[in-house]
Design a protein around this ligand. Structure first.
Ligand code: TPP
Ligand code: MG
Length: 697
């Protein structure tokens, strides 16, 4: 088996270089006795923990297990070649031995398996075997196969930007390399020579699907050979010496700035995929026997005996000692406190509000009017100036183009390519790397998604990663960022340049959703978004970017508009309209028209932020008027208006003098032809008609 594929140097099984020269010494053989025995102990511990947890599971004390039996040696070798606490790690669920070698204690593992409050990754919130340890820079992990790769690339990007020699480890099985994000990550890391170690642990199965049904080519390392700049290794992951040599070399190269490496380690999966699986149903018993023959633990044992570190008898004593430690740790962990359910909602969002609502007074800005897109541009420039940690990236945002809507025009010239740069055309990459940058705590990524219609490749990153990180790590990790996104219709953009997305994103706990209707609010809210500690989806309506009615005098550089403060754009007594975004102006126009016709008085509230929602402003107004019309651009069913209607029904029912009404887009995509688009999207006349109906009620 040839450890390294990129260079002409290949090693044969006997350690000879191709060409008959004597191989250089194995790095593994230069390790101290203490290091090798430490790795052996951790590998043993991982194996015994698998057995122990399966027993606890049968006893009903643990609900989930996913083991690493057969992967231990590849993992301890990888961790041993790195610097825990200096380097970063994104281990996957099978990485028990890696995590032990990187800093986890046996007690830590037991606390997590038994969902105890002191479990390091998530204090009982995260699933067990989803590793995370702040002290050791193990970023709290999630379950989607493959989201970790781009995050690792982002963390490595941060290391390079800061000029640090940190290396980032990310691992997965071979099956997960079929995920698109794997290829996005390898591409970006290779292109920019980022210091990432992709350890692919090939155990030949993804649950029941064999490797030949996953990859084009003979192996994962074969599949990725077109990525220029990627060093590739294929090693026997059951063989400590070979494995350590490869990782040590890859880590050294990464530290020297020679780019990422993909190490494909051939391992064996000695247990079923997880405690919910039975591999005897789909694997041939003969094949399982063959895998057992490759068990890496006896091989490691031979290695340490050969090296003269221990005798056979001493290994028996070590095994006994580890087994006892594990039993003791399990008993101890069972005695430890469970998390308090009272704390459930504590850390969905940051406990700190940087720009407080208290004391905020609505400001009337003075001076010449600017259009919304320029206000956004100025907000970004001011925040870049103020905060050296802030970086902006996305498709086409850099250079002379400055974004397809010019929101970032001139910013690269002013702040340099290191701070305002183009990303590949890959939305998951944009958000995934932003996660990895943000977790470092030294960057504030403000990224752009060109069109709301194309945010979906990033949806997994936003929903399962960005929005959940604080919660799943119980406030130990967070990834504050701003995701600016151009949304909405009324510009004849057709089916794929016009959709509203607020209905989807307001359903995500952990994500702030902001939707300004005019230039002044956009500037004040965007500056706040850049400073708050939560991830923010910042919706910019394309139809408002240069719209006259959305222009306003520009707020000064110190103006920050707090989240969760709705604006009563027009006060009234008889009916309340609750709206946001593009529909604010149409609602104001309709209100005035109806007032003139009927002599009534209509209140119009612009929510400005959907999460947090200014519930008080809604309830206060409904109590006064007794009638309410909710107006939004997103489609009706499941739109955010339904949520507002439900809140009113629950909290202000006794004040209502009529049914809560909603005007929204028809439940279809936004069509291209102007007549069709007008019929689909809510118009001023629709709002006026609904108001008249409510008045008559
Ligand atoms: C995005 C996503 N799809 C599906 C799953 C369910 N799932 C969990 S592990 C797994 C197989 C992974 O196989 P592989 O990458 O080879 O790693 P292994 O478990 O074999 O170590 C699947 C399908 C998931 N967690 N995430
Ligand atoms: Mg696998």
């Amino acid at each position: 088996m040839s450890p390294r594929i990129t260079t002409p140097v290949t090693r044969g099984k006997n350690g000879k270089q191709a060409g008959g020269h004597q191989a250089s010494e194995h790095a593994a053989e230069k390790l101290s006795k203490e290091q090798v025995l430490g790795a052996y102990r951790n590998a043993l511990a991982a194996r015994f923990i698998d057995v122990k947890i399966l027993t606890l599971l049968k006893q009903g004390k643990v609900f989930f297990h996913i083991g690493g039996s057969g992967h231990e040696i590849a993992q301890v070798a990888a961790a041993l070649a790195m610097k825990p606490g200096h380097d970063w790690a994104y281990p996957y669920y099978r990485d028990l031995a890696f995590s032990l070698q990187f800093g986890y204690t046996i007690e830590d593992v037991m606390l997590e398996a038994l969902h105890r409050k002191e479990g390091p990754s998530g204090h009982g919130f995260a699933m067990p075997f989803h590793y995370g340890h702040k002290k050791w820079r193990i970023v709290a992990q999630s379950s989607p196969t493959g989201t970790q790769y781009l995050e690792a690339v982002g963390t490595a990007m941060g290391a390079v930007k800061e000029g640090r020699d940190e290396v980032v480890y990310v691992s997965s099985g071979e099956g997960a390399t079929s995920e698109g994000e794997f290829h996005e990550a390898v591409n970006w890391a290779a292109r920019e020579r980022f210091p990432v170690i992709f350890l692919i642990q090939n155990n030949k199965f993804a649950i029941s699907v064999p490797v030949h049904a996953q990859v084009a080519g003979k192996s994962v390392s074969d599949m990725v050979k077109g990525y220029e700049g990627l060093n590739r290794y294929r090693v026997d992951g059951c063989e400590f010496r070979e494995m350590f040599d490869a990782v040590a070399e890859a880590v050294a190269r990464a530290r020297r700035g020679e780019g990422p490496s993909l190490i494909e380690a051939d391992t064996v999966r000695l247990l079923a995929h997880s405690s919910s699986d039975d591999q005897r149903k789909y694997r041939d018993p003969k094949e399982l026997e063959e895998d057992l023959k490759r068990d890496p633990l006896p091989r490691m044992e031979r290695f340490i005996i050969e090296q003269g570190h221990v005798t056979q008898e001493e290994t028996a004593a070590i095994r006994k000692e580890m087994q006892e430690r594990i039993n003791r740790a399990a008993e101890w962990a069972e005695e430890q406190p469970l998390p308090d359910p009272e704390g459930l909602e504590r850390f969905v969002y940051s406990p700190n509000t940087v720009v407080p609502r208290a004391g905020f007074v609505e400001t009337v800005h003075k001076g010449p009017a600017i259009v919304m897109v320029d206000a956004i541009n100025h907000a970004l420039a001011e925040e870049l100036e103020k905060n050296p940690a802030m970086v902006i990236y996305g498709q086409d945002v850099a250079g002379k183009k400055g974004g397809v809507f010019t929101a970032t025009r001139g910013l690269t010239d002013k702040f340099g390519e290191g701070r305002v740069f183009n990303s590949p055309l890959a939305e998951a990459s944009i958000v995934g790397t932003a996660f990895g940058l943000a977790v470092r705590g030294t960057f504030k990524p403000v990224v752009e998604i060109q069109f709301g219609d194309y945010i979906w490749p990033a949806f997994m990153q936003i929903r399962d990663e960005v929005a959940m990180l604080r919660f799943r790590s119980d406030n130990q990790w967070s990834c504050p960022m701003v995701i600016r996104v151009a949304v909405g219709g009324y510009i004849h953009g057709g089916l794929y340049h016009s959709q509203s997305i607020d209905g989807f994103f307001t359903h995500i706990p952990g994500l702030r959703v902001v939707f300004p209707s005019n230039a002044a609010d956009a500037k004040g809210l965007l500056k706040t978004a850049c400073r708050e500690e939560d991830p923010v989806l910042f919706c910019e309506h394309k139809g408002l970017y240069r719209q006259g009615f959305a222009s306003s005098p520009e707020p000064g550089p110190d103006f920050l508009l707090p989240f969760g403060v709705a604006n009563v754009r027009k006060s009234g007594e008889d009916v309340t309209i609750i709206t946001w975004g593009m529909l604010v102006q149409r609602s104001l126009d309709a209100a005035r028209r109806v007032e003139e016709r009927h002599g009534t008085s209509i209140e119009v509230i612009d929510l400005r932020t959907l999460n947090p929602l200014d519930r008080e402003a809604i309830i206060r107004s409904v109590r006064k008027t007794g009638k309410v019309l909710i107006v939004h651009e997103d489609t009706l069913t499941g739109g955010f208006g339904a949520e507002i209607a439900a809140i009113i029904a629950q909290e202000a029912f006794e004040y209502l003098d009529g049914p809560v009404q909603r005007i929204a887009a028809k439940d279809t995509p936004v069509p291209y032809g102007p007549g069709l688009e007008n019929a689909m999207l809510p118009q001023e006349s629709d709002v006026a008609a609904a108001l008249e109906k409510l008045i008559r009620y």
